[in-house]
Design a protein around this ligand. Sequence first.
Ligand SMILES: Nc1ncnc2c1ncn2[C@@H]1O[C@H](COP(=O)(O)OP(=O)(O)O)[C@@H](O)[C@H]1O
Ligand SMILES: [Mg+2]
Length: 353
Amino acid sequence: MKRRFIMKKLAVIFGGKSTEHDVSVISAMSILKNLNKRKYEIYPIYINKSGEWFKYTIDEKEIENIKIGNEISNTEKLENPIEYLKKMDKIFPVLHGLYGEDGTIQGLFELIKVPYVGCKVLASSVAMDKAYTKIIFERAGLEQAKYIYFKYQNGKYNYIDAKLNETQKTQEELIKIIEENIKYPMFVKPSNSGSSVGVSKVKNENELKQALEIAQKYDEKILVEQGINGREVECAVLEHNGKIQTSCIGEVKSAEDFYSFSSKYKNENSKTQIPATIDKAISEEIQQQAKKAFKAIDGRNLARVDFFIEDKTNKIIINEINTMPGFTSISMYPKLFEQVGISYTELLDRLID
Ligand SMILES: Nc1ncnc2c1ncn2[C@@H]1O[C@H](COP(=O)(O)OP(=O)(O)O)[C@@H](O)[C@H]1O
Ligand SMILES: [Mg+2]
């Protein structure tokens, strides 16, 4: 008797309520284009910026030409997303940022018991929260930029020390603590930042104050970090059949002062180099640390781990871990694996398996 091959029902969810909505749409279009159509019955689902769910009908032209900021067409309101999702064999949440990469939607998948691609609830939320990522990395012994962490709540600052004690401070007092511990240039970041949204580089007290105002709009938790003078490199992690594999190292060459949102997605002079031209020993050390970081947050399936290599010292300094890295065909994550012989389509297969 001939064995019938049963296609898996795969939901691909994209868009979402986060500031990284547009990036998610581009990542998803690329995934929809490259998925093995003989293997999966694909059910694309679009979430708009207000959080409404829609079925999306694949439009080859749209997939080819999508750009940052484009509206999606061919959508039809999904009245009962939960019942719809329950019929799936697997869900691929191609969502970046809040409500997609932070464990919330992963919690929903757990509740309805449908398997999904990517990190589970805990790893997703830890990685989405820079303050908590730092706490875990510190515990894992990974070197990172010196930082000050505080909360801005009801117009007041609460400084959080190394033992997590909170003390209320005025802005003046807080700035004093920051300046006593960290040298300019510094980076100010909302703890839940993604795609550099709300992140500023500051060179003096005035800029620091302005940057606080910006970061406060995105999250009540804020970090101020020592600026690192160095190269920016990234390593992809793939967990498949219980084995953790790391890619080669890629380098980001930002066309602007730092890798801001515009530099990442709008400035054509920003480049990536794969593999990065670095010593084998440093490269291997970065791979080791990427694996360690992935395990430290209790990661699953995939992540991209970002580092700096400090100019003067050659020290490897971990910056962050992304549990749903950019996934366009020119994004770092798929390109890093392509370099080691895993094609985009094969990579998707391994992730969905
Ligand atoms: N401590 C730092 N030193 C130097 N550059 C930094 C530092 N922190 C962030 N940056 C720059 O800002 C960019 C965005 O910061 P990042 O922490 O990666 O936030 P996001 O999660 O939004 O990508 C980085 O890619 C890098 O160019
Ligand atoms: Mg980053």
